[in-house]
Design a protein around this ligand. Structure first.
Ligand code: SAM
Length: 268
C-alpha cells in the first residue's frame, strides 16, 4: 500500500491527504492468498474508481481480490520528487526515469506472492484479449505499471522483464484506464465475483465467438418482437438458434476470430 503524504497546511487548518483514497482499499490490508492487483501510478487517486463499483466493488470489499497502489511520486528524486526527465537524444515530452520506476517496481515485487507478472500498459504492447485475461485470472495477481508523458525508460522494462500490454491501437494520456480495464476483465473471471458463474462461460470470446443477440421484456417494443423461438420454451431449439446467430454475427463482424479457430474458410 502506498504511504500517506505529509499533511498540507491550508490557512489555519491542516488536512491529511491520503494516497489511499477509498476505504475499500483500507478495509482489509494485505490478505494472504488473495488475487492482488498492484498498480504503480502517478495518479493513485484514480483507483479503485470504477473498480470500486457494482460486482467488482463488492468483490473488493468482500476480499475476493485486493488492490494496492504505489504512488510513483513518492519514489521521485530530489526536493521536488522528480519522476521524469527529457528524452535522451532530444524530442518532445518527458520520459519516466528508470531509477524512479525501478524503486516502485522493487517495492511492488517485494509485496507480491506467487506468480505475479509485471505488466506495462503501453500502446506498443500485445493487444488485450480474453485469452490473456483468462491466463492472468489463473495467476496470483499482477503488477501494473501505468506510464505517462512519452512513456518509460526502456532499461527498466528490460531489467524487470516487463510484458507490454495494450488496450488497443490508439494512444491515451496514461496507462490508468488500460490498467482498470485489465483488472476488471481479469477479476470477473475469478471464482466468486460474478453472481452467475455461467455468465462468464456463455459470453463473447469465451469460445472464440461473439455472443448471440439478447432480449428481455417487453415481448414487443415499438413494433419489434422478440424472435419467436426464444419464447417457445424449447431449449434445444433455443440453443441451436443462439449458436447460429453467434456464428453469423462473428462471421460478419470478426471473421478473424473464425479464422483463428480454424473452423474452415472465412465467410464474407
Ligand atoms: C502518451 S502515452 C505514450 C505514448 C508513447 N510515446 C508511444 O508513442 O507509444 C502515455 C502512457 O499512456 C499509456 N497508454 C497510452 N495508450 C495506451 C494504450 N493503447 N494501451 C495501454 N496503455 C496506453 C502508456 O502507459 C503510456 O506510457
Amino acid at each position: 500500500m502506498s504511504e500517506t503524504p505529509k499533511p498540507r497546511a491550508i490557512g489555519r487548518k491542516s488536512i491529511s491527504v491520503s494516497a489511499q483514497p477509498r476505504d475499500l482499499m483500507d478495509a482489509k490490508p494485505d490478505l494472504a492468498g488473495v488475487w492482488t492487483a498492484q498498480v504503480v501510478t502517478l495518479l493513485p487517486e484514480a483507483f479503485p474508481g470504477i473498480l470500486g463499483e457494482s460486482l467488482m466493488g463488492r468483490a473488493l470489499k468482500d476480499g475476493v481480490w485486493q488492490l494496492k497502489t504505489h504512488d510513483l511520486r513518492r519514489y521521485g528524486v530530489g526536493k521536488h520528487r522528480n519522476v521524469d526527465d527529457t528524452p535522451a537524444g532530444g524530442g518532445a515530452g518527458m520520459v519516466l526515469r528508470a531509477d524512479v520506476v525501478a524503486a516502485a517496481l522493487t517495492d511492488a515485487k517485494r509485496q507480491a506472492r506467487g506468480v505475479v507478472p509485471v505488466i506495462y500498459l503501453s500502446p506498443r504492447g500485445k493487444p488485450m484479449d480474453q485469452a490473456m485475461m483468462q491466463g492472468l485470472a489463473k495467476t496470483d495477481g499482477v503488477i501494473l505499471l501505468c506510464g505517462r508523458f512519452e512513456g518509460v525508460d526502456e532499461r527498466v522494462l528490460q531489467a524487470f522483464d516487463v510484458q507490454e500490454v495494450s488496450l488497443g491501437d490508439f494512444v491515451m494520456t496514461g496507462g490508468e484506464i488500460a490498467a482498470s480495464a485489465l483488472i476488471d476483465a481479469t477479476v470477473r473471471l475469478r471464482p466468486g465475483v460474478l453472481g452467475n458463474e455461467a455468465s462468464a462461460v456463455e459470453e463473447s470470446f469465451s469460445d472464440g465467438m461473439l455472443e448471440h443477440p439478447q432480449y428481455t421484456k417487453p415481448a414487443e417494443w415499438e413494433g419489434r418482437a422478440i424472435p419467436e423461438v426464444l419464447l417457445s420454451g424449447n431449449h434445444a431449439k433455443i440453443d441451436a438458434w443462439r449458436r447460429e446467430m453467434s456464428e453469423k454475427i462473428t462471421a460478419e463482424r470478426r471473421p478473424d476470430l473464425i479464422a483463428a479457430k480454424g473452423d474452415g474458410p472465412v465467410k464474407k
